[in-house]
Design a protein around this ligand. Sequence first.
Ligand SMILES: [Zn+2]
Ligand SMILES: [Zn+2]
Length: 387
Amino acid sequence: MKRDYYEVLGTDRNASSEDIKRAYRRLARQYHPDVNPGDKDAAEKFKEINEAYQVLSDEEKRAAYDRFGHSAFERGGEGNYGGFGTDFDPFGDFSNFGDIFDFLFGGGTQYRRERRPRPTKGQDINVEVTLDFEEAAQGVEKEISFSRLEVCSECQGIGGKQRVTCPHCQGRGEVRHTQTSFFGSVVTARPCSYCQGRGWITEDTCPLCRGNGKVKAKRKIKVKIPAGVDSGHRLRVAGEGGAGENGGPSGDLYVYVEVRPHPILERKGSDLYYDLELSYPQLVLGDEVEIPTLRGPEKIRIPAGTESGTSLRLRGKGLPDPQSGSRGDQIIRVKLRMPRRLTTEHRQTLEKLLELERVENNIDGNGDNRKQGRVFERLKETFTRPE
Ligand SMILES: [Zn+2]
Ligand SMILES: [Zn+2]
């Protein structure tokens, strides 16, 4: 005597299709023959569960079953399903536990399509270029050598003399496999392995690319490098990389820039730094000095009373920004230069200065700024006295 299908799945007659699916899934996992090797009872049970699910998961069959019970599916019965085939083994198709769950739960006929080859962008190529500081500062055109995969010039990428329809898939590019089972049929479309899913093959393989359709080629191209690039910058030259696949676009060429440092000027972004050492009198009295800049030596004024540690900024004397073109600054870091060696004259002058300062300080205690100002005045006289 056949058990009631709802009883088999442990659901009631009003169960939703979701409930039925869930109940079936749980039981199928529990009684699957792969989980219970050699267990005849489990195998029987699994068969029963599948049979129940096959009917209850199908709206039409479920309605027939609700109306006529098991007789709906018996040969000559009141339903028109003609009975379940006794000529197949529901276990025969499932050799592996993973497969079954993939394909049991959709119900009906499933189409599974594996991806066919798609147009893909060609390979990106990275190259490095080292520039002198001046080249980077002014911009330069550089010849860059690299190798890339190119479409074969002999066969235009076909790989042979001509294309002919793939005899294996009749040009469809895919091969269909239909698996019919207890639960319906599953149609799997796989890319044709004979033609790699293209639908065509080539005759008379091209001797240059040996059928690949592509050849490795050495290339030299001129790349315009904008003024102001710095080490670590990357330039993209679109479309100069490897040839694409299946009609996809070419890859890009990436030029990684390395810039040799300037012998004197220190670079930080678009700004340039220069350390300028000045003597005490130069700081006190001010002076005009020559400093190196990007455009050669240049004279600048040091204002009187410049303190050691001050920075002077020369606007727009730095490097251009390669994107915006706006220029950075040159920054002069002023420092006191300590004399390494004193001549007698130097020493005498400085001693005189020291003496002067002592006198000033003794009169005025520690001396206020005004008094110090006077010291500077006298100093100025000392240093500017004509020889
Ligand atoms: Zn084919
Ligand atoms: Zn070729």
